[in-house]
Write a protein that binds this ligand. Structure first.
Ligand code: SF4
Length: 214
């Protein structure tokens, strides 16, 4: 047996095992238990992270935080935002939820609860501070990363630009990274005000998605 291949296999097994341990730790995480208990929903942590420790994904979706529906379902983007995101990418649900193709890692893995106006609270910063670097290290070099919303853009790109500025500057990051607005219905007005997003960005993004999934 070729010694190099044997060493590489052992390295892959060790990485898979480390990633599995990391996922086990994340799914047992209760760092925000008290914070969530103080919200109107008084929910318990339920991390929703869609990755496979066994296979490198082709696309990473770096989102914001699960909403209440995703908290219930345990499946990311199992809501109208997910329908719009799949339409943007022109992929069906089977592809979207195939962990060998897509990984979904939001900036906080649990539903943060609602604010006084009924909007989702921001992702608790402690989640990215604790877990994001180890998860990104385990995912490695993903061919296409989608930064969905301002929190993911800030963590992955740095700087202090707003969402519109960053999305307008998408050609500086393509084809490896695409900053995208959150696909929530709350951004329908933004989409109407910025028709270049659907006319110019989406066709390029769809071509890139098709290319990396081949
Ligand atoms: S949001 Fe992140 S840090 Fe907070 S409980 Fe969930 S997994 Fe833990």
């Amino acid at each position: 047996m070729n010694g190099n291949i044997g060493s590489f296999d052992a390295f892959c097994v060790a990485m898979t095992s480390s990633f599995q341990h990391l996922l086990t730790d994340i799914h047992a995480c209760a760092l925000c238990k008290e914070r969530f208990a103080l919200t109107a929903t008084q929910h318990r942590p339920r991390p929703v992270l869609w990755v496979s420790p066994d296979v490198a994904p082709r696309i990473l979706i770096a989102g914001q935080a699960p909403g209440a529906r995703v908290h219930e379902s345990g499946r990311p983007f199992s809501d109208p935002s997910g329908d719009r995101l799949r339409d943007w990418l022109q992929i069906d649900e089977a592809t979207f939820y195939d962990k060998s193709k897509l990984a979904i890692a939001p900036m906080a893995f649990c539903f943060p609860g609602y604010d006084a106006k009924g909007s989702d609270l921001p992702p608790p910063p402690i989640c990215a501070k604790t877990w994001r670097t180890p998860v990104m290290n385990m995912l490695g070099d993903v061919p296409l990363t989608l930064l969905v919303g301002g929190y993911a853009m800030k963590w992955h790109l740095g700087g202090a630009r707003n969402v519109t500025q960053r999305v307008m500057d998408w050609q500086s990051h393509a084809p490896k990274v695409f900053p995208l607005p959150h696909p929530s219905w709350r951004n329908t007005g933004w989409l109407k005000k910025n028709p270049w997003f659907e006319a110019d960005l989406l066709p390029v993004l769809r071509a890139r998605v098709s290319e990396v999934l081949k």
